[in-house]
Ligand binder design. Structure first.
Ligand code: AP5
Length: 230
């Protein structure tokens, strides 16, 4: 399965990508996580990326494309992947398609998780993430058993710096301007499914699986749904 999860900040892309990745045994490839790892290195590139992320702006395409290409070349992505947060604009989508095409592959599906703007701020302000294994929680909707401690690995939970309300509002604006046009792009290519992202995470997951329909059933039966030409 080669899947893209699209949607505004806080739509639940990361939550769903984690769950589906575990279900299918394929990696979640999150551009935001890759960028945050670069930022933590505190290199010149990391500081440049941070300056965009702190303002809720998109990081320049070339840096993101390089990180994604490196990640998709890793062995664990050979059997499929779930892209979360990438592509973010039509240019990135075209470069992704061209890169996959070069190795005889293409996307199976693009699922857009739709959540109204008002819900987003509520969700993001309660988000907590494990600094060790990146598992996500929400203080109200998905709380850990012990406050600020990861259920899975015991790591410390933290709140992302770009989750301040002002920055979230900027990220929503950027989503509507740069990323939403991708829905039309993928609809034209016949790849798009839209799913209501409001409801419990397990309900949203069921809707995604229903939208993938035959593709997911094939994957679970071990038949694979890649498009390699050879
Ligand atoms: P990124 O890390 O990708 O952030 P985002 O797209 O803004 O999305 P989020 O991670 O905030 O939300 P999500 O949809 O994953 O929701 P989640 O599952 O966490 O990007 C950060 C920054 O990096 C960007 O602003 C940009 O600067 C840069 N960047 C990244 N990719 C880029 C690219 N391709 N090009 C250029 N720049 C790029 O859920 C949110 C919260 O809600 C959690 O607490 C969760 O527990 C909870 N929740 C989830 N589902 C539900 C539900 N159904 N009901 C209630 N609560 C829920």
């Amino acid at each position: 399965m080669r899947l893209v999860l699209l949607g505004p900040p806080g739509a639940g892309k990361g939550t769903q990508a984690q769950a589906l990745g575990e279900l299918w045994g394929i990696p979640q490839v999150a551009s935001g996580d890759l960028l945050r790892a670069v930022v933590r290195e505190n290199s010149k590139l990391g500081r440049e990326a941070a300056s965009y992320m702190e303002r809720g702006q998109l990081v320049p395409d070339e840096l993101v494309l390089k990180l994604i290409a490196e990640r998709l070349r890793k062995k664990d992505a050979r059997g499929g992947f779930i892209l979360d947060g990438f592509p973010r604009n039509v240019m990135q989508a075209e470069r992704l398609a061209a890169g996959l095409e070069r190795v005889g592959l293409k996307l199976d599906k693009v699922v857009a998780v739709i959540v109204p703007d008002e819900e987003i701020v509520k969700r993001i302000s309660g988000r907590r993430t494990c600094e060790d294994c990146a598992t996500m929680y929400h203080v109200v909707f998905e709380p850990p058993a012990k406050a600020d401690v990861c259920d899975k690995c015991g790591g410390q939970l933290y709140q992302r710096e770009d989750d301040a309300e002002q920055t979230v509002r900027e990220r929503i604006k950027v989503y509507h301007a740069a990323t939403q046009p991708l829905l039309e792009h993928y609809a034209r290519l016949g790849l798009l499914a839209q799913v209501d992202g409001v409801g419990r995470p397990d309900e949203v997951e069921k809707r995604i699986l229903a939208a993938l329909d035959g593709l997911a059933a094939l994957r679970q039966a071990g038949a694979g749904v890649g498009h390699a030409r050879s």
